[in-house]
Write a protein that binds this ligand. Structure first.
Ligand SMILES: Cc1cc2nc3c(=O)[nH]c(=O)nc-3n(C[C@H](O)[C@H](O)[C@H](O)COP(=O)(O)O)c2cc1C
Length: 166
């Protein structure tokens, strides 16, 4: 049997989010170098206690930052977030440039950047384990917030597609 996981998963629609973290850097404003990447691997794994999982590629520069920091922010992207999602999937230098102008504010519990969008959360590292070529990162949810409901951004058939919720 031919096994092509990437091809079959193209038919599985997911939401799209941005994960952010920061590490200390005296050369940056405020002594913090922020970074953020686009993800679609966010899953809630427990509600009591509140835990979420993210699957991040081994070798990812962002993953190294997240593990050093031990915390992160997650912002759920709305239908108008496709450009943001594309930009934050690019190499770090492009992400850093975008983060200087994207509307975002530091989360109250972690200082990780939270972007505009229908919802956000802040997480602290609870556990991690290798799953093949990725690291499954488990986070305790420290805080959550929701804004006005908006149409979602969906990743399907390899494309970032604005969807209609209703
Ligand atoms: C829609 C979409 C979803 C993505 N989801 C993930 C993900 O769940 N895990 C991951 O490691 N990278 C994911 N990426 C890739 C990251 O956004 C980013 O390209 C990668 O972290 C860059 O590698 P670096 O951290 O080494 O610079 C996704 C990209 C896109 C466009």
């Amino acid at each position: 049997m031919e096994l092509d996981l990437r091809t079959v998963m193209r038919h599985f629609a997911t939401g799209v989010g941005v994960v952010s973290s920061w590490t200390e850097d005296p050369g940056e404003p405020g002594g913090r170098r922020h970074d953020a990447v686009t993800v679609n691997s966010l899953i809630p794994v427990s509600y009591d206690p509140p835990l979420v999982a993210l699957s991040l590629r081994h070798g990812s520069a962002f993953l190294a930052d997240l593990l050093t920091a031990g915390f992160w922010g997650v912002s759920i992207l709305a239908a108008d977030g496709a450009d943001t999602a594309r930009t934050l999937a690019r190499p770090r230098e492009h992400r850093a440039e975008a983060l200087r102008t994207l509307p975002a504010s530091p989360g109250p519990h972690t200082g990780a950047l939270l972007l505009d969008g229908p919802g956000w959360m802040e997480c602290a590292l609870a556990d991690s384990f290798t799953v093949g070529d990725h690291l499954m990162v488990i986070g305790t949810v420290l805080a959550t917030g929701v804004r006005a409901p908006q149409n979602p951004l969906v990743f399907l058939h390899g494309a970032l597609t604005p969807a209609t919720a209703a």
